[in-house]
Design a protein around this ligand. Structure first.
Ligand code: DHK
Length: 149
């Protein structure tokens, strides 16, 4: 039987992890997080499709394509979490389970980061646990996919 595929989407500026404001986002690079996710996905018998873009339209195109190519979406939409109705609409239209991740605890930060459009369409949200949050999201997604399919 084919393994379920999980699309992990990363939004703007996450390509700079490791050098970008390390006191907030940590020293781990996005490549480090991808490697840890690949390992975790393999243990959970999931296929992983891990991507990053700085462009809102590109993220929306990937979400639309996921309808036919993925079984669930884990997303750190970064700055677009707080601004993008269009990305929220695309996630809702995908009809796939969505788990939202943020490296930092957005609720301990500036007021404008406390609201996320993505949260409205997410089954669950993991914040403040750095790169480990992505692995926890994979655990949760594996459980969702196993119990709901
Ligand atoms: C990442 C960003 O780039 C910010 O714009 C968000 C998020 C928080 C994170 O913690 O992963 O506000």
């Amino acid at each position: 039987m084919a393994r379920p595929t999980v699309l992990v989407l990363n939004g703007p500026n996450l390509n700079l992890l490791g050098v970008r404001e390390p006191t907030i986002y940590g020293r781990e690079t996005l490549a480090d997080i991808e490697e840890a996710c690949l390992e975790r996905a393999d243990t959970l018998e999931l296929d992983l499709d891990f991507r990053q873009s700085n462009n809102e339209g590109q993220l929306i195109d990937w979400v639309q394509e996921a309808r036919d190519s993925a079984d669930g979406i884990i997303i750190n939409a970064a700055g677009y979490s707080h601004t993008s109705v269009a990305l929220m609409d695309a996630l809702a239209a995908s009809d796939l389970p969505v788990i939202e991740v943020h490296l930092s605890n957005i609720h301990r930060r500036e007021e404008f980061r406390h609201h996320s459009y993505v949260s409205r369409v997410a089954r669950g949200v993991i914040v403040g646990l750095g790169g480990h949050g992505y692995e926890l999201a994979l655990d949760a997604m594996a459980r969702l996919l196993a119990t709901e399919s």
